[in-house]
Design a binder for this molecule. Structure first.
Ligand SMILES: Cc1cc2nc3c(=O)[nH]c(=O)nc-3n(C[C@H](O)[C@H](O)[C@H](O)COP(=O)(O)OP(=O)(O)OC[C@H]3O[C@@H](n4cnc5c(N)ncnc54)[C@H](O)[C@@H]3O)c2cc1C
Length: 395
């Protein structure tokens, strides 16, 4: 049906879709707005169905070799004493805070990119400026001035996708999660724990230090607050904002902030879910965060991006008409996405308390939740099912 496809966005969703489409003999161009492949990002979880997709691509072992080997998560207090400990998961489906395959986002994206670029054409530093479609194809004009016609266009541009706004103007019902985050790497010191350390203080503020490879720790700083457009600021403005928020705090903040000024992998976002009433329009289809961003609070965004790319490519390769392929893709992915996005807004408020009483309550709840009996109940009763889909075998 579709012999020539454009994918826009060369991260986890775009590269996975590209790899599977090329396996079906389809000619694939990938255009990425950044001037080069984007390596950055901190730890993400790959679970359940996404592990199965990586296995089918022959990439699971490579991914496991780059896993962070974090042993679990410790919630700590002002004196860095452990309040509650959660051990890492020991299976690909368990849903504790540390997945068995926890890997830096840049590592998993690069592993799939390295595989996909053997078969698909990648072009960096360009993006779609104009897009027009008719019954038989899609005409694309790029910002560089280049023009081309494709059978289909797959939009995998992440949460802030501009092409989504060109094709589906005003359709995204944004759900703000009232949490602003900054991620970057800091050097690991000899005494640093093999467990992630999560620390909270009053004012809705907190941080996590997560073990990473290559003598690094991933630093995650979060502030529970209503959004105020901070995601549109320059990186310098965002760094100054984070600095001001934590400048007077103890714990590990002096060390973290000292490094933050100079880091080259600073990533900042105001967390928001993407809710699209439809994922395709004619010959243009959305996937990954561009279609359904669940935010890092879900712990399942990268899993959904990998599975979504696999299902979309498989359905395109199998169907005789785009509408049929896209409808099957959407009906298969919707329940998985709905579950991934089902995060009550009270969760960030509870996990980033504003008052001393809130902090005491959080620590008490975490102590209880970390006991073996309750941990099992929480995992069984409330966990997201990362193996939600009966994955078709498209090979
Ligand atoms: C640099 C970076 C760091 C990240 N760090 C983390 C992290 O630490 N923790 C976490 O949980 N999640 C992180 N994420 C998000 C995470 O990768 C996604 O939530 C998830 O993996 C889904 O991936 P995706 O491919 O749908 O979207 P994304 O990973 O967001 O990728 C979208 C891609 O599209 C490109 N793009 C955007 N607009 C255009 C355009 N108009 N034209 C062409 N290309 C475009 C972007 O540059 C990017 O490469 C990060 C994403 C990026 C890009």
């Amino acid at each position: 049906m579709s012999r020539r496809i454009l994918i826009t966005g060369a991260s986890v969703a775009g590269t996975t879709t590209a790899w599977w489409l090329t396996q079906a003999g389809i000619d694939v161009d990938v255009v990425e707005r950044a001037p080069a492949f984007r390596d950055g990002g901190q730890n993400v979880d790959v679970r359940g169905n996404a592990r199965a997709v990586l296995r089918r691509m022959g990439l699971e072992e490579r991914a496991l070799a780059r896993s962070t080997r974090e042993r679990g998560t410790d919630w700590v207090d002002d004196s860095d004493s452990v309040v509650a400990r959660f051990e890492a998961s020991d299976s690909d489906t368990d849903s504790g805070p540390t997945a068995e395959l926890e890997i830096r986002r840049g590592d998993i994206a690069r592993i799939v990119y390295d595989a996909a670029r053997q078969h698909a054409r990648f072009r960096f530093g360009d993006s779609i400026a104009r897009i027009d479609q008719d019954d038989t194809g899609v005409d694309v004009t790029f910002a560089s001035g280049q023009r081309a016609r494709y059978d289909l266009v797959v939009v995998a541009e992440g949460v802030g996708s501009a092409t989504r706004e060109l094709v589906f103007p005003g359709e995204n019902v944004v759900r703000w999660m009232d949490l602003t985050i900054a991620y970057f790497s800091i050097p690991r010191l000899p005494g640093d724990s093999a467990y992630a350390r999560q620390y909270n203080t009053v004012g809705g503020r907190g941080a996590v230090l997560k073990p990473a490879l290559d003598d690094k720790l991933g630093a995650y700083l979060g502030i529970q607050k209503k959004p105020a457009g901070e995601h549109e600021w320059t990186s310098d403005q965002q760094r100054r904002f984070i600095l001001a928020q934590f400048a007077n705090d103890g714990w590990e903040f002096p060390r973290i902030l000292d490094v933050m000024k100079e880091v080259d992998d600073f990533y900042f976002d105001v967390l928001r879910q993407v809710h699209m009433p439809r994922w395709f329009h004619g010959r243009v289809v959305l996937t990954g965060d561009a279609a359904w961003c669940p935010t890092p609070l879900s712990g399942i965004g990268t899993t959904l991006a990998i599975v979504g790319g696999y299902v979309l490519a498989g359905e395109i390769a199998n169907a005789t008409a785009p509408a049929a392929a896209f409808a099957r893709y959407e009906s298969m992915m919707r329940p998985f996405v709905d579950e991934g996005q089902d995060i009550p807004k009270i969760v960030p408020r509870m996990l980033w308390p504003h008052t001393g009483i809130g902090l005491t309550l959080l620590h008490g709840a975490l102590r209880l939740a970390s006991t073996p009996l309750l941990r099992g109940l929480i995992n069984n009763g409330f966990a997201r099912d990362a193996s939600k889909i009966d994955l078709p075998d498209y090979r």
